[in-house]
Design a protein around this ligand. Structure first.
Ligand SMILES: Cc1ncc(COP(=O)(O)O)c(C=O)c1O
Length: 393
């Protein structure tokens, strides 16, 4: 089946965060939302069908994850990523952000050190802060236009940490961490007794030419220290369904974390979640995913070519995965974050995620979401070009 990613889907007036939430925040409707990481493409029909199917059962009571839920994850992870799991290695979680929160509570005490690599998905820092843990930062470095890890700094900072939160592939930089990099992380963390919580929600969206490596597959050390989070929700554009899972090959990590989840009473998903995951983790799902990635790749290419010609001082960091582009504005004549905001929002009428939200190193960046029909993305680029000309950059 050929899916139509050019189709405009009207999301305004559906209480969606991306459009209606932005309107509530800004009080204006003339701004194109290119921020929060969900897609403007239609959620795949097999997801919708799965919900319709479930509705035919006339009781929407508490529902256990069926054996087929685990089987789908096991098959998907084995076929696509060569991760060998058993059902007992896997646990449902009601969203990765809550699951990271629970992991922080399960594995650390107040004041304990947790390492992150900014700029990175911002809830990590927030979760550390609200739980009164100590944030240790190993900032990523921009080298030849992409993020690299600073291992000298990491080696200095890991001793004394209890946990490292890894983002693989990386959001907002779109980096698919190579095997050797992940191996170094695993060996260092193992040496210093640091557990690794690996958030791999973007893993199924590696773009052409890039190969995602599950952290747990990198070396024997990684198997002993890793707790991995994953989900079909972002990939198949159904984050509102809330269906995520975690897995670990370490019996000690599983015992501690899974018990914690069960005691916190967050072990059950909503009744639609299990079926939605199973509908996605199929050949049909794989076909949709490939078409979505091909389309997204086309959008990324369009942004890169357009900016190169019309806005050459805005440099896109080439994403190796997912549908987010981190735009480097370091050559733009902005004296402050306010000036950069005024340019994108006030002049171009575009709302992107500000790079500073993701922490140190993100200050001069903006994160652009390109998962929208190409014609609409083209309009956004025109608006950007007009603003660019307007300030004489
Ligand atoms: C790295 C990363 N982790 C987690 C999430 C959100 O996951 P969930 O909706 O399951 O909480 C996102 C959403 O953008 C993300 O980019």
């Amino acid at each position: 089946m050929q899916y139509d990613f050019d189709k405009h889907v009207e999301r305004r007036g559906t209480d969606c965060l991306k459009y209606d939430g932005l309107f509530q925040m800004l009080g204006r409707s003339d701004v194109m939302p290119l921020w929060v990481a969900d897609m403007d493409f239609e959620t795949p029909p097999f997801v919708v069908r799965s919900i319709e199917q479930r509705l035919k059962q006339r009781v929407l009571g508490y529902t256990l994850p069926p054996a087929s839920f685990y089987k789908s994850i096991i098959n998907w992870m084995e076929r696509r990523h060569s991760v060998c799991l058993k059902a007992e290695d896997i646990h449902f979680v009601p969203g990765i952000v809550p699951a990271v929160h629970h992991a922080v509570c399960a594995f650390t005490e107040k004041g304990d050190k947790i390492l992150i690599q900014p700029p990175v998905y911002h809830p990590f820092a927030h979760i550390i802060y609200i739980n009164e843990r100590t944030r240790v930062e190993n900032p990523l470095q921009v080298v030849n236009g992409r993020f690299e890890m600073d291992f000298d700094d990491l080696e200095q900072k890991l001793p004394g940490c209890k946990l490292m939160i890894l983002c693989n592939p990386h959001n907002p930089g779109g980096r698919v961490w190579p095997l050797d990099v992940l191996q170094r992380v695993a060996k260092l963390c193992h040496k210093h007794g640091v557990k690794v919580l690996s958030d791999e929600i973007h893993s199924d969206m590696a773009l052409r030419g890039h190969c995602y490596t599950p952290f747990v597959n990198t070396c024997p050390e990684a198997r002993e220290i890793a707790l991995t989070m994953n989900a079909p929700s972002k990939v198949f554009n159904m984050p509102g369904v809330v269906v995520s899972y975690c897995y670990s090959l370490s019996p000690t990590i599983r015992e501690r974390y899974f018990t914690f989840l069960d005691q916190a009473d967050v072990a059950l998903g909503n009744i639609f979640s299990y079926g939605c995951l199973q509908a996605c983790y199929t050949e049909e799902g794989e076909e949709w995913l490939q078409q979505m990635l091909d389309y997204t790749q086309g959008n990324i290419k369009m942004v890169e070519s357009f900016l190169g010609v019309h806005c050459p001082k805005i440099k896109p960091m080439h994403p190796e995965a997912s549908f987010l582009i981190f735009l480097d504005n370091r050559e733009m004549p902005f004296a402050s974050a306010e000036e950069m905001r005024e340019f994108y929002l006030g002049k171009a009428h575009l709302y992107l995620n500000e790079g500073q939200t993701f922490g140190k190193g993100g200050e001069k960046f903006m994160r652009l979401n390109v998962a929208l029909p190409r014609a609409e993305l083209a309009s956004a680029l025109q608006q950007l070009q007009q603003a660019y000309i307007g300030i004489g950059a």
